[in-house]
Design a protein around this ligand. Sequence first.
Ligand code: ADP
Ligand code: ASP
Ligand code: MG
Length: 814
Amino acid sequence: MKVLKFGGTSVANAQHIKQVQNIVKNLDENNIVVVVSALGGITDLLLKTVDLASNQDESYKDSLREIEDRHIKTIKELIPIQLQSAILSKVKSELNTLETLAEGAFLIAEKTPQLTDKIVSFGELLSSFIISEFFISAGMNAAFKDSRELIKTDDTYGKAAVDFESTNTNCKAYFSSTKNKITVIPGFISSSAKGNPTTLGRGGSDYSAAVVASAIDAEELQIWTDVSGMYTANPRIVKQAKAIPQISYEEAMELSHFGAKVLYPPTIQPVLSKNIPILIKNTFAPEEAGTLIAKDENVLGKSVRGISNVEHITLLSLEGPGMIGIPGISKRFFEVLSQAGISVVLITQASSEHSICVGISDNDAVIAESLVNAAFEYEIATHKIKPVLVETGLAIIALVGDNMKSHQGLSGKMFSALGKNNVNIRAIAQGASERNISAVIKNDDVKKALNTLHEEFFEENIKQLNLFVMGVGNVGSRFIKQIQKQKKYLKTNLKLNLRVIGLSNSRTMIFEEGGIPLEHWEELLAKGEKADRTKFYENVLMYNYRNSIFVDNTASEIVANDYSDYLKRSISVVTCNKIACSSDYKKYRDLKDLSREYNSPFLFETNVGAGLPIIDTLKHLIASGDKINKIQAVLSGSLNFVFNNFNDKTTFHDIVKRAQEEGYTEPDPKIDLSGIDVMRKILILARESGYVLDIEDIKNKSFLPEESLAATNNEDFYASLTANEKSFQNLYKKAVSSESKLKYVAEFENGKASVGLELIPKGHDFYNLEGSDNIVLFYTERYPNQPLIIKGAGAGADVTASGIFADIIRIGNF
Ligand code: ADP
Ligand code: ASP
Ligand code: MG
């Protein structure tokens, strides 16, 4: 014999019920018990009806009408017209009884658990009757049997306990004598010794099926639902979750107890003792293998089998100096909760016995608080214990697996993955069986935590990097192009999946949960909402993605001021904006410290030499124990351009103008010409070498005349260049006569930095520097005479974009 249970979604309407019929019809089996849930959503509607009616809200009649309509429609679509009337009249008569009961609740303005059970039982009664009649009308050898006559319970309404002795006898007697090949019975419902309808708890149809399967020694229990088995995590929250092919009873029990709703937790117990396998299958994809739950000998392999979550958890903490040594405090604490029927999902206790902490459902929080405080009134009044501390809005996530006990380091891996993604952990519990490690976290973090853990334990391969990009000018737009081009390569070769979730320029911004389709970013951004930095930040927090990276492609000081907010929330920052690292030393230091404290990388390779790996090299030198003694560098692409092109056939004014027009200078060319930009770069290199330095400490031997330095706008600035052409020509002449070239050099030695224009003689490392090339010479303890040299294109949007890209990949490998 086989027992097949079909859940609410599987029987939600006529079309779905036809799928069910197909599955049952195709089964090559002589004796089949089909257990069905109420049509999907009907149980909720019935409960709503009782609530409304007992609150004397007339709209309960609307719910009743909806219930009636759903059932009548299903009958009309399933049953041939000539057979409909008998079935319709039976169903209508049941619906009338239901209406009378609801009216009763309305009139006395009251609901009791007993009445609620009576009312809610109509869901399964009606569905099972209709389905059995449909099977019969389709020529199948089927019959209906009311499970209230089979499953007997105590009278704990709402979640009754099964009396296995009488239930087993009833089931054996009925199923051994029935002549029908298929028996359809309602799930969820049962009756007390006195014959009152009872129910087995929400989701209880699974349990009904298990109870019957055990009673009749079925060879298999099949649970047909709307997903293809028990998944490695809730598939609605974790897109990458996969059905688990095979799992032990104990693992399935842990997973369901900790929230895997696909199986009602008590379901395992009755079949476990008889070793009856459970097969979970998808009604809408019957060809898929599903999950087999069986004895653990059959199950090999992975240490972590699945991850589950229970939301809406409250932590109750009882603590106080008086707790130590007073015997029986925990006993009283648990007694209060159990007497009120409050179930405890998780327990932790500090070894000092100074505190004890339990997890319960949010729904029970208010009542639990007042009961516990009342029970310990005396101890609270005498300050031995503090009033119970109540924290709501929490959730439990649990790693489950039989083989976890033989693997070290799993909890370390779990907590470090959560920590890296800024998921704060409120409490931890590990089952004595070592089959389960659970953590209590904020409800809002569930999605992120589950995905993080799933990636850590099941995907291992592909790491998701979620980018929030501000600034799509020259550099930003090229950066996006590079992501597009490189996406596939990164996924297959580096196992990194880059997604741009948020994008903003100074006018508009857009967000897309699954990643912005980058082929159309320009049109989408143009149609985006108004740009707003605060809202942008709030959205980054709201998405709460693991591996979130804020990318700043602007040159804005206000944007740079936001970095600390991001870092504090464990969001990495990648920037080509030099302002943050070259402003006050304290600001720079704070950002570096935050980055370390919150484990959130803060990378700015492009601040010096665009895409050249200058800062990264410096970091590696220092990390491996080297010390920087001296730095010599040419770090300005703009000044290189100017002095490489300036001669006695041109004017200085025209060359600067051309440099600006061709995009080699900042919008305000004075920032480059005055040396400020170079000062910022050498400052950053000195700081990264471990020296405390501020911009005022750097000597700037400017070659610009006073008049140019004093100019406050571009027009005056250019006029001053024309007026001083002669002094610029003199510089050129000096260079020619000494067979040298003019280079703007930055230097750092003995803790002191300076920048200025210098005559570089033939043969010097700086002499042959073309175009916008940069060069840096590091003299270190390991490279005392022959410096370590980094040279290459050090300006331009493309190389800068690729530098940002490289920083992001560094975070991916972090
Ligand atoms: P039914 O009505 O068939 O009893 P349920 O809604 O009770 O179905 O259970 C199936 C649902 O359980 C799935 O749709 C899924 O959303 C949820 N679920 C939660 N955790 C898991 C998990 N680990 N594996 C599969 N489903 C899960
Ligand atoms: N119909 C009941 C519920 O929704 C029982 C079940 O579907 O398992 O809780
Ligand atoms: Mg269910």
